[in-house]
Design a protein around this ligand. Sequence first.
Ligand code: ADP
Ligand code: MG
Length: 173
Amino acid sequence: MIGTTEILFAVNRQSSSMSRQSTIGNRKSSILAERVTHSPEETVRFGREIAVHLQPPCLVLLEGDLGAGKTTLVKGIVAGLGAASEDEVTSPSFTLVHEYGSAGRVYHADLYRIEGTRDLATLGLEDISSQAATVLVEWGEKLGDNAPLPCVKIRMEHRGSDDRRILIERVEA
Ligand code: ADP
Ligand code: MG
């Protein structure tokens, strides 16, 4: 998992730094980093920075509207993990899950088309712990309370033109 101080150090270099405690549902969460990017390239670079701090098994839930930049950020994370090149990462909105790297180390799911909620088991991803896998889920809120924890939640917001606000939280078990 991401160590709070590590990611604050690495991810927050050029943004407001904080470690506020709050709750998501009944789970404790702490904000690890916040950044506003101004281009898709900058978002990809930020994804690469985030990747350095992800220790598998790790579940990364990405939230934000269509066009918020979730897939763009995933390109950087997957490339940063060394599992595939940025160009190989595309939205799995029809297939639901893409697998990158050898031996299924990195999975990328997109639950946009799912009605209601789904859990990792129905995506074939229930066994992430034993695989030491990293699972990146767009529309992660649709995993509902079925998400095994600990995990990282990334919220992305369109801030007009090419500005995107990216907030990273760690959600405790
Ligand atoms: P999502 O997966 O959230 O629907 P995508 O990553 O597929 O979003 O699309 C984001 C779109 O916004 C892309 O067309 C990208 O080029 C554009 N864009 C513009 N500025 C940014 C930025 N700062 N970060 C990410 N994407 C951006
Ligand atoms: Mg997407």
